[in-house]
Design a protein around this ligand. Sequence first.
Ligand code: LLP
Length: 428
Amino acid sequence: MSHFSYRNGILHGEDVPLNTIARDFGSPTYVYSKAALTEHFRAYADACKANGRDDTSSLVCYSVKSNSNIAVLNLLNKLGSGFDIVSGGELLRVLAAGGSPRKVIFSGVGKSREEMRLALSHDILCFNVESIPELHRLNEVAAELGKRAPISLRVNPNVDAKTHPYISTGLKDNKFGVAYEDALETYRVAASLPHIDVTGIDCHIGSQLLDDAPLLEAVDKLIELIDTLAAEGIHVHHLDIGGGIGINYNNDQPVAVGDYLSRLFAKIDAWRKAKYDNAPIKVLFEPGRSIVGNAGILLTEVQFIKHGETKNFAIVDAAMNDLMRPAMYEAWHGVQTVKQTTDDNAPVYDVVGPVCESGDWLARDRALAIEQGDLLAIMSAGAYGMTMSSNYNTRGRAAEVIVDGKEVHLIRKRESPADLFALESLLP
Ligand code: LLP
């Protein structure tokens, strides 16, 4: 269910009218719902349980890049989440939020020596390695620290995730992972390195997947590879399927998490029964968007209405620097007026920001009964919203709040202009 809905003609986040948030915290402001975050995380955790998994045989590693506010991480940590990180910075966030490094997996194609050192010194659960040079670097850094680095290889199963090319990652021609055909040889290299411990296998084929068929196809390919590896005496103890389940942006109908996990576990159980005498394999997930995406909105105020020759513009105080997705992927986000309106003949607007770029739009061709000063909610903005924001045009980043029932908690202050150049200095 949506935790953003109209009551008495005003859009609420849980029990809080969004206009009071704009009044108290200004705009633009990201608003997240604690109940929604909880519900979306539990969809994974409960489906693991329902399929006979406990904490030792499954782990949901929330993908920090989708929304990395430490309050969000702290909440998910309390719910039992692990974390999928892609930088040393994200590891420090997880630690600041009280997360255990023993539940952290480290993905990404370009890990620096410093990041490897940091992660090794905290004994993270696993490095998701994406190339042979990375294996060698990790082996060297682990040797310097007198440790063995637990690794999984990110294998590129070459299945078509049928999503936007910018967020499709499992095909041959992108930079991620080790090609399926090279995986065996790469595992042999890994197994031969003295400071590397082969512990798992992983993939991540893309994001905003509405159907689980490509994910299940990817798993079939990983299963095949695990069998081949086992025959060579290389044993992997966990299987990490990555993230990727989509959300409803525009009447989209993503597969239900519970259904996907049931099909997945059924497949894995049948395979373990047939080939490994039912010996379990730990299953990991790296969901991001499906946990936070529809748990957040971006609240913004209409500054001006402008009637151009061919278009009407609603110029709002949020911009592409706050929410990059429309400019970058032509992504569609719903726009709702905070004050409920019913005008069937409302004019059609492009909702645009104040940034000096024609690409600075948040929504196009939307019928909106609005006037200057009205508040809008840009929907489904909880994932890849704040984390992809920038300070372009010396715009301070938005504030972030979490609503919890009737309460509102500020979880990130709005940046002030002085914050933005605090690290800069004049020439002598
Ligand atoms: N694991 C890995 C290795 C990833 O690269 C990603 C996302 C995830 C997990 C989480 O995927 P999710 O469950 O959120 O689909 N900025 C884009 C999305 C980029 C996704 C990058 N990787 C957007 O705004 O649509």
